[in-house]
Design a protein around this ligand. Structure first.
Ligand SMILES: Cc1cc2nc3c(=O)[nH]c(=O)nc-3n(C[C@H](O)[C@H](O)[C@H](O)COP(=O)(O)OP(=O)(O)OC[C@H]3O[C@@H](n4cnc5c(N)ncnc54)[C@H](O)[C@@H]3O)c2cc1C
Length: 460
């Protein structure tokens, strides 16, 4: 049997993203012997966390009550309110803890100034943060094994005994005093997505890690863990349809939508492109496009607004005439021209155009309306980005308590099984998204899981 740990670890951490690293660092700080198993090769380590940019934290400038109100506004009232309040309270400690483990900060990006009060931005992004965590962990004596997938957890009567793993040398069993499951959601599992969303799922892009297949999430639920979150929901934004099927990261997101119109492959508009300001509008378009034929849409705009949004990775289609643009888009030119002309006629040009606020410059007599930032598309060249739904993460989760212990269906915790990050985020985030809160959840519960698992694993 290959890959057996030389010394039985106190804490086995499954996963290699933010939650896992926070758990490993905290468990090591608490004196535990820690073994971390990451499914991917070292160059792909960091899961979805490597694509992040910021974390949301409570502070004197951003009071806990306001943070909670913001959360409830996006996710609805069904969250575990007590756990959410607890998470927010513990987020205060994160900046100092993160700095002590290698995090460095940078100013908020231009264009997202409203986040500078609520969110801290990582210098160099999530990849740099994760690299710093790995360096600290290895220096502190955490053993990290890559290309090692946990296939199954053996749990008897609520007690974790060993994990079955697959490593390059072969399959093995690894015993440990406690386990922290930090292996993310199931957004990388096409078959699971097909079960919940039908064939449309074949056309979704996975913005983050294709390795997050939810294997252990599913297994914990089968083993009797309490089911939390939303089994059908996922967070999805509009991504460039030319992006890779997975691992496209942040740069494939298309921010052009409010600056023009969006048509489906039949050349028809289907939603209000001027409905609300970031971050709300940003999260709704993935779902809207998922409901269109072929899960394909196009953001169409003209020269007037070029340069007003963050340029995405791929260049737009570009043409002097709409019929030529339609040719590049692969859609019917007559339908596109009809839609653009109908939209142009409906623009209320009396109101002044101001992309910096909800300007109320909308349309009249066109369905659906565009309620802000309506400008006639009349100045060539014309541009288009092809769009597909890009999944960020899923909302299904295992129930946990304030000690990050996985709860059984009866509400009693498993003895030595802890969870952190996306695998338990659905306790406090069931719908929508509050920018930076994914990293808050993973960091708060990663730390707690690591500390608790170290105590429990050393005693085992
Ligand atoms: C493009 C993008 C941008 C984002 N930006 C932000 C942001 O700025 N701020 C924010 O707060 N959130 C952001 N998010 C959400 C954020 O990424 C997640 O909330 C967070 O990273 C989840 O951390 P995690 O550790 O739970 O999962 P991950 O970081 O995804 O880590 C899971 C790890 O588990 C490994 N794994 C899976 N199964 C197994 C197994 N069976 N055995 C061993 N290893 C396994 C995977 O390989 C992976 O490394 C973003 C997400 C995406 C996709």
């Amino acid at each position: 049997m290959a890959g057996r740990a030389a010394v039985r670890p106190d804490v086995l951490v499954v996963g290699g993203g933010n939650a896992a690293l926070c758990a490993a660092l905290a468990a090591r700080d608490a004196g535990g012997r820690v073994l971390l198993l990451e499914k991917t090769a070292p160059e792909w380590r960091g899961g979805n966390s490597k694509y992040t940019r910021n974390v949301r934290v409570a502070s004197p400038e951003y009071p806990e009550d306001e943070f909670l109100r913001d959360l409830i506004e996006v996710t609805g009232p069904d969250l575990d309110r007590q756990l959410a309040r607890f998470t927010i309270g513990r987020s205060r400690e994160l900046p100092a803890w993160m700095e002590a483990h290698g995090a460095r900060w940078q100013g908020a990006l231009r264009g997202t100034l409203q986040l500078s009060r609520t969110n801290r931005f990582f210098l160099g992004g999530g990849k740099a943060l994760l690299n710093a965590y790995y360096r600290h962990a290895e220096r502190a004596g955490v053993e990290v094994r890559y290309r090692t997938e946990v296939l199954a957890l053996e749990i008897e009567n609520g007690v974790f005994r060993r994990a079955r793993v697959r490593a390059p040398e072969g399959e093995a069993e690894i015993e440990a005093g406690a386990v922290v499951v930090a292996s993310g959601g199931f957004e990388g599992n096409r078959e699971w997505l097909r079960r919940t969303h039908g064939e449309a799922a074949d056309n979704y892009l996975v913005r983050g890690s294709g390795a997050n297949d939810g294997r252990l999430l599913g297994q914990l639920l089968e083993l009797g863990a309490r089911r939390r979150g939303n089994p059908h929901g996922f967070h999805a934004v509009a991504c460039d349809a030319r992006a890779p099927r997975a691992e496209g990261g942040i740069v494939t997101r298309v921010d052009a939508i409010p600056f023009g119109i969006v048509v489906n492959r039949e050349g028809r508009r289907f939603a209000d492109e001027g409905a609300d300001l970031w971050p709300k509008r940003y999260a709704s378009w993935g779902g809207l496009i998922a409901r269109q034929p072929g899960q394909l849409a196009f953001s169409v705009f003209d020269r007037q607004v070029m340069g007003r949004f963050i340029p995405p990775l791929y260049p737009p289609y570009r043409a002097e005439r709409l019929e030529d643009l339609a040719g590049q888009m692969g859609i019917d030119a007559v339908a596109l021209i009809e839609t653009v002309e109908g939209f142009n006629r409906a623009v209320d040009s009396d109101a002044p155009y101001d992309p910096g606020r909800l300007d109320g410059r909308g349309t009249r007599g066109v369905d659906p309306p565009k309620s802000n930032w309506a400008l006639a598309l009349e100045q060539p060249p014309f541009f288009a980005y092809p769009l597909r739904p890009g999944i960020t993460f899923t909302y299904l989760a295992v129930g946990v308590d304030e000690r990050a212990r996985v709860l059984g269906e009866d509400g009693h915790p498993f003895a030595n099984v802890f969870a952190a990050g996306e695998v338990m985020a659905g306790n406090v985030l069931l719908n929508g998204y509050l920018g930076g809160f994914g990293m808050t959840i993973g960091s708060v519960f990663g730390r707690i899981a690591g500390e608790e698992a170290a105590v429990c694993g050393r005693a085992a």
